[in-house]
Design a binder for this molecule. Structure first.
Ligand SMILES: Cc1cc2nc3c(=O)[nH]c(=O)nc-3n(C[C@H](O)[C@H](O)[C@H](O)COP(=O)(O)OP(=O)(O)OC[C@H]3O[C@@H](n4cnc5c(N)ncnc54)[C@H](O)[C@@H]3O)c2cc1C
Length: 464
């Protein structure tokens, strides 16, 4: 009998799962439901699309025809409104329910708009879908000044792409420093310096009291002290929560996200969850970094969920990386509890690793529980493994010690991980790989050339 796999959400986790299910089971029926209007696109690169560095054809990674060719049934602009786990069915507002044998919830996160007047005016963006980015791109010529209300990955992305498009940017900071919930003081300071060097105006210890509109469109932001900043664009997508509404309505166990075990199985039979919406066992929901907003983790969990749905053993469920992004060409990675201050059982080892790399390692009872890196992300792959294992200090230090001199002039001296420039899948280059070697991306099959300049590694696309 044909198995029907139903996936809710067509982001990194949902798309990856659909592909993996199709590859593993040629006979299965695979249905993907999305409430968006575009097929799978590279959400983490919305900033590149906004600045014009990527075209629509480049950011939309999989055409509708490609889904048809792979016999994945894609339903766009088709929100699922509820789930009936007893009947094994998903339900819609205006069409009959669809039965599933196995269901994957890959619904990601949703923005929490601040509770202030004017938050829904035109020109106030959460900048989290391609539809929003496309609308914004079309109207960007009319934007002179943007105000970013909150701190986080989306704000950083927007700041960089708006500056590139010639827009003046003001970032509001709730406290004295940038994003204290996620970053230590030094990393905050370095990011503030980077933003200010590029022309972003930081307004510290303030927040928005209202967005003021003219003819239904935002025109200014009123600050807590009553001062007004003119603003023809206001961004507020950084505060996010896992999109758990469907799961909650179906009586599926939810904490900060949908609670799943080590196989990504949720609390009802044949229901799985993966990506930003999932809360794997062992996560402390009260920890400030409990939620994840991470493409790499969602991608890995999509593949792992597919394995579980096929009754295979999943790999890659445990990922310590919570945030991994780039800012003006620098990598920023936050792993596990990398933000924790020193004190009590927690000790911190701060390691300026050369002028352009800042590394902060956090140990609890001498076990590595988190890290923050700003600079180059070569060690993120190793660190991820060490944090997941809870490696002891001695082992962590040995693994992270500066690499020995290369054995051959054209051999890469250290293991490093980078994203595929096409699909952003994480690829690892092992120490001793020959510079110029060609590596094939496991996710999108692009041939990539391994490059190394003596300090940093990266990929270039191999042209025929
Ligand atoms: C501007 C921006 C920049 C980012 N930059 C980075 C970065 O630099 N690095 C990084 O690691 N991550 C970044 N991210 C985050 C990254 O994109 C997410 O972590 C990743 O997309 C999570 O994948 P997911 O599959 O779990 O969820 P999502 O990609 O959020 O996909 C979930 C999908 O499910 C759909 N959905 C929800 N409910 C329903 C329903 N009831 N019915 C049908 N469909 C539904 C949603 O509309 C959405 O399309 C960025 C995100 C944004 C918006």
């Amino acid at each position: 009998m044909t198995t029907h796999f139903v996936i809710v959400g067509n982001g990194a986790a949902g798309y990856r799962a659909a592909k993996a299910l199709r590859e593993a089971d040629a006979d299965a029926q695979v249905s993907v439901f999305s409430d968006e209007r575009y097929p799978f696109y590279l959400r983490r690169q919305l900033g590149d699309f906004l600045s014009g560095a990527m075209t629509l054809q480049e950011i939309v990674f999989q055409s509708r025809n490609a889904y048809r060719r792979e016999r994945i049934d894609l339903f766009l602009m088709t929100p699922i409104t509820s789930i009936d786990p007893d009947a094994h069915a998903v339900e819609f507002a205006a069409s009959p329910p669809v039965r599933y044998d196995r269901l994957l919830l890959a619904t990601g996160t949703e923005a929490v708009r601040p509770a202030i007047p004017g938050r829904d005016l035109a020109g106030v963006t959460t900048f989290d879908t391609l539809t929003e980015a496309a609308d914004l791109r079309d109207s960007l010529k009319a934007v002179e000044h943007a105000v970013l209300l909150e701190e986080g990955v989306i704000g950083l992305t927007l700041a960089e792409s708006l500056l590139a498009a010639g827009v003046r940017v003001t970032q509001l900071l709730a406290g004295e420093r940038f994003w204290p919930e996620a970053l230590d003081e030094t990393t905050s300071g370095r990011i503030e310096a980077l933003l200010e060097e590029r022309g972003v105006v930081l307004r510290r210890k303030t927040s928005a009291r209202a967005v003021i509109g003219t003819a239904g469109r935002c025109a200014a932001v009123e600050l807590a002290d009553g001062q007004r900043l003119s603003a023809d664009l206001v961004a507020c997508g950084c505060r996010r929560r896992p999109a758990t509404r469907l799961a909650q309505g179906a009586g599926i166990e939810v904490g900060a996200g949908i609670r799943v075990d080590e196989t990504l199985h949720a609390s009802r039979p044949d229901v799985f969850a993966a990506g930003d919406v999932a809360e794997p066992a062992g996560t402390d929901p009260s920890a400030p970094a409990a939620g994840a907003f991470c493409w790499q983790r969602a991608w890995a969990q999509g593949a792992a969920a597919a394995a579980s749905m096929l009754d295979h053993r999943p790999h890659g469920v445990a990922e310590a990386v919570r945030i991994r992004t780039t800012l003006f060409g620098l990598d920023l990675a936050i792993l596990g509890e990398g933000h924790l201050p020193a004190g009590g059982r927690v000790t911190v080892h701060e390691q300026p690793d050369g002028p352009d790399v800042w590394r902060r390692l956090v140990y609890r009872d001498d076990r590595l529980v988190g890290a923050i890196i700003l600079g180059t992300g070569e060690s993120v792959h190793e660190l991820n493994r060490l944090v997941v294992e809870g490696a002891g200090r001695e082992r962590a230090e040995a693994v992270l010690a500066p690499p020995e001199a290369p054995e051959g002039e054209d051999l890469v001296p250290t293991t490093f991980a980078r994203h595929c420039p096409i699909c952003a899948a994480e690829l690892v280059v092992h120490r001793g790989t020959r510079e110029g070697a060609v590596l094939r991306c496991h996710a999108c099959n692009t041939d990539l050339v391994v490059c190394w300049d003596g300090r940093h590694g990266w990929f270039e696309i191999r042209r025929p």
